[in-house]
Write a protein that binds this ligand. Structure first.
Ligand SMILES: *Cc1c(COP(=O)(O)O)cnc(C)c1O
Length: 313
């Protein structure tokens, strides 16, 4: 019975995720003036340690881990929310976790708060140079890196960077399904694009999704299509990307974005996660002000995560 294993369905249910996640209306002048309703889809409240899309993406992958692979093996940058969520899942479910971190030089420095949290949750951190990191999907490179951790690739459930694979995209279809009948347009921030891939596939006819990439580069359109094809057999749903709101790139910001996020918190009393959520809300608010949405529409912003708590965890 898979349910006896640490990450079987019973163990996952015992984590008590809050699903469907709450949908909250906000009164925001910039939307109201144009006859629009603004709702927040509070995926950040799904689980205190596996918030948002990280729960939706990890849950189906953890189901796969129940089939005998006892180590979750994954990848991320030095501030990766995905690494933190994977480490927390490992602690909560009694699974070993290994995080391969981009940047060999980080091995000689004190851990930043995000990586320190991963280590405290029992994640083994492995620092690799950027060339190796880029080639991590190649079987021989993967075999070398797992061997470096003292593991055989077959013992590991390998979850790609950001947690996005076909199972993750199928998990995120639940987000779209929860929003059927409740939204005309749904905006979400994109890192690897797995959340948008699933969201768009889960929405009903007539609903559309807008993705706001937080990285520069314009590679995401093809990536979302690839994930949809792997997960669902082809491009699904009505979605597009708006590339104007990355604020300079991953973990970058600019004065306009910072001012937007501070003003949003002052208006609504809600601190915004800055790497992703602030960029999505900035994008949706700008589109509303540009008149991109017809009067009477309901606009939903997905709050995919929460800001780090003041204690730094
Ligand atoms: C990881 C993350 C995302 C990006 O999700 P993708 O599926 O990689 O596009 C968005 N928001 C938050 C808060 C995240 O942690």
């Amino acid at each position: 019975m898979t349910s006896d294993l640490p990450c079987g369905p019973a163990a996952l249910a015992a984590l008590d995720p809050r699903l469907p996640s709450p949908l909250e209306e906000l009164r925001d002048e910039r939307f109201a003036r144009r006859g629009l309703r603004l709702l927040l889809k509070r995926d950040d409240l799904i689980h205190p340690e596996l918030p948002g899309n990280k729960w939706r993406k990890l849950e189906p992958n953890l189901g796969a881990a129940a089939s005998g692979r006892h180590t979750l093996f994954t990848f991320g940058g030095a501030y990766s929310n995905h690494l933190r969520a994977t480490a927390a899942a490992g602690r909560l479910l009694g699974l070993a976790t290994v995080g391969v971190v981009r940047g060999e030089e980080l091995a000689d420095r004190p851990l930043n708060p995000s990586l320190a949290r991963c280590a405290a949750d029992g994640m083994r951190l492995l620092f690799v140079d950027r060339a190796t990191y880029r080639r991590k999907a190649e079987p021989e490179v993967l075999a070398r890196v797992t061997a470096q951790a003292g593991l055989a690739a077959d013992d590991c459930l390998v979850v790609p960077e950001g947690g996005s694979n076909a199972a993750a995209a199928r998990g995120c279809a639940g987000l779209g399904q929860e929003l059927r009948g409740a939204a005309d347009v749904v905006g979400v921030a994109c890192g690897t694009g797995g959340t948008l891939a699933g969201l768009a596939a889960g929405l009903a006819e007539g609903q559309r999704a807008v993705g706001f990439p937080v990285l520069k580069g314009g590679f995401l359109e093809a990536e979302v299509e690839r994930l949809q094809t792997e997960a669902f057999g082809g491009r699904r749903g009505d979605w597009h990307l708006d590339d104007r709101f990355h604020g300079g790139g991953y973990a970058r910001t600019n004065p306009e974005l910072t001012a937007f996020a501070e003003d949003f918190t002052a208006r609504h009393g809600l601190p915004l996660e800055r790497l992703y959520v602030a960029k999505a809300l900035h994008g949706l608010t700008t589109l509303a002000e540009e008149g991109a949405f017809a009067r009477g529409m309901t606009v939903v912003a997905v709050v995919t995560g929460a800001p780090p708590s003041p204690s730094g965890v």
